[in-house]
Write a protein that binds this ligand. Structure first.
Ligand code: SAM
Length: 265
């Protein structure tokens, strides 16, 4: 995967290159030395580089910028903004947690990490969560957000329970021990969104395709064999993942969490 890194000297590019090597990220980074990361300039750089994703640092955050339908979309992880959702009062309203019913010390795999939002909510229960991400740019953003948030004293315990792994969860889960819960939030099938899609999802959709039916079946079979409980997030109007009927579903008007128990194969 190609990516343009705009080096505005807010961060040590050597460290990023070391991470690309260390984690064997399939990422080819073209570095552009610049101090100008204005929207106008980002649009220009993008146009010169076949709409490749652009990365740069701004105020200690990794920003991912892309031009989609002629509009510049900028996104970052901003886990700090999840503060309300991960303290005890906020957690009571999380449909995800109602479906997962986690308790402290449980071990969880989030096999489709994305921006790490659901993973963080899962870890807020006291469970240990491994976040697996196959997209090298998203992995880098997750890695840096964890690094950044680990420096905040009141986030340290939560960050200590999170492990971020690069790769395809099908392979990683297949080679792992059994876990209490595996959570999947695969890219939604085209046309299954109800209403507007947020910026993060627009960017993900322009970089990652939804799984085809073979991929779905493979991932479902791998995951169900390696956990006591599998929870899969779906848009409310989407068909069942891998055509498998869940044991239970928790839904609101937009999404549902389908729950599969170990013997549902
Ligand atoms: C819909 S997003 C997940 C959003 C996430 N739940 C959140 O709260 O931010 C799906 C993500 O899973 C990743 N993904 C999809 N299939 C994967 C696989 N087989 N292995 C690892 N990552 C995968 C995609 O690259 C994408 O970043």
């Amino acid at each position: 995967m190609n990516c343009i890194f705009l080096n505005n000297h807010e961060y040590d590019i050597k460290f990023i290159e070391t991470l690309i090597q260390e984690f064997q990220l399939n990422l080819s980074l073209s570095v552009i030395e610049t101090l100008d990361c204005s929207n106008k300039s980002l649009k220009k750089v993008s146009a010169f580089n076949d709409n490749a994703p652009l990365l740069f640092f701004d105020k200690q955050s990794f920003i991912l910028a892309m031009v989609i339908d002629n509009e510049l979309i900028k996104t970052n992880l901003n886990w700090q903004s999840l503060q309300k959702r991960i303290v005890s009062s906020g957690k009571n309203n999380e449909l995800l947690l109602k479906a997962c019913k986690l308790s402290q010390t449980m071990s969880v795999i989030d096999g489709t990490a994305g921006f790490g939002i659901d993973g963080l909510i899962l870890a807020s229960t006291g469970a240990r969560v491994t976040l697996i991400e196959q997209n090298p740019i998203i992995f880098l953003m997750l890695y840096f957000e964890k690094l950044k948030m680990s420096q905040h004293k009141n986030w340290q315990k939560l960050m200590d329970r999170i492990n971020i792994v690069f790769g395809n969860s099908n392979d990683i889960i297949n080679n792992s021990i059994k876990h209490d819960l595996i959570y999947l939030d695969p890219m939604f099938p085209n046309g299954s969104y109800k209403g507007a899609v947020n910026k993060n999802m627009q960017v993900l959709h322009s970089m990652v395709s939804p799984p085809n039916s073979d991929d779905e079946l493979k991932l479902f079979n791998t995951a169900i064999a390696k956990c006591d409980k599998l929870v899969i997030k779906r848009p409310i109007i989407a068909p069942n993942f891998a055509d498998k009927s869940p044991n239970q579903s928790f839904n609101n008007e937009v999404i549902r969490f389908d729950v599969y128990m170990e013997n549902n194969q």
